[in-house]
Design a protein around this ligand. Structure first.
Ligand code: TMP
Length: 204
């Protein structure tokens, strides 16, 4: 059976990481061979690029190109070979993050992002994307207790409002792929939705 490609998205602090670990555990308990990975990162070279992206100041075009450079390496070295082996890939963020953060957040043109996307993975899209949607003010409060903020987490509230709006537009444009989850719902409720949805991905 063909492997499935599942991505988790949302603004920083929306709760996706908590659910991602549980989701991968659930798939494994069902006997699936799953690789859990993340972007930017997921391969040694892409992890090095992640360090630059999260901690070095740079112009937006450089940031956009580095995101796709990291993605190219990650796809070639991990995502594509894993899917070709019939295994599942569950990825913490993918190209929807680029549309939301570099596009809606920083103002990079969506035509440019579309062009890069078509070049780097025009043939491959996630089978399912879970979008954790949360009020940016609430997300900021959740983040404040965590470790020191990186270059993105340190952005102002208005930035995250734009990112959130960008994500919602992406989800509206592709309702077949996206499942939007209300980040304010209690953890067990979200787990029930995720659990039920696994069957849907399985059968697609
Ligand atoms: P993380 O903290 O969820 O691992 O993500 C690292 C940061 O990278 C997060 O703040 C969002 C940002 N990011 C982008 O701006 N564009 C992208 O394409 C990706 C994958 C992540």
């Amino acid at each position: 059976m063909r492997g499935r490609f599942v991505t988790f998205e949302g603004i920083d602090g929306a709760g996706k990481s908590t659910h991602l670990d549980w989701f991968v555990g659930t798939l494994r308990r069902r006997g699936l061979d799953v690789v859990q990975t993340r972007e930017p990162g997921g391969s040694p070279l892409a992890e090095s690029l992640r360090e630059l992206l999260l901690h070095r100041e740079m112009p937006i075009d450089t940031e956009l190109l580095l995101m796709f450079a990291a993605r190219r390496d990650h796809l070639d070295r991990l995502i594509r070979p894993t899917l070709a082996d019939g295994r599942w890939v569950v990825c913490d963020r993918f190209t929807d993050s680029t549309y939301a953060y570099q596009g809606a957040g920083r103002g990079a043109s969506s035509e440019r992002i579309e062009w890069l996307e078509a070049w780097i993975h025009g043939d491959l899209q996630p089978d399912r994307t879970y979008l954790f949607d949360l009020d940016p003010a609430l997300a900021a409060r959740r983040r404040s207790s965590a470790r020191a903020p990186d270059r993105f987490e340190a952005e102002e509230l208005a930035f995250f409002e734009r990112v959130r709006a960008g994500y919602r537009l992406r989800a509206q444009a592709d309702p077949e792929r996206f499942v939007v989850l209300d980040g304010e719902r209690p953890i067990p409720e979200i787990r029930v939705i995720l659990e039920q949805d696994i069957a849907t991905i399985w059968n697609t």
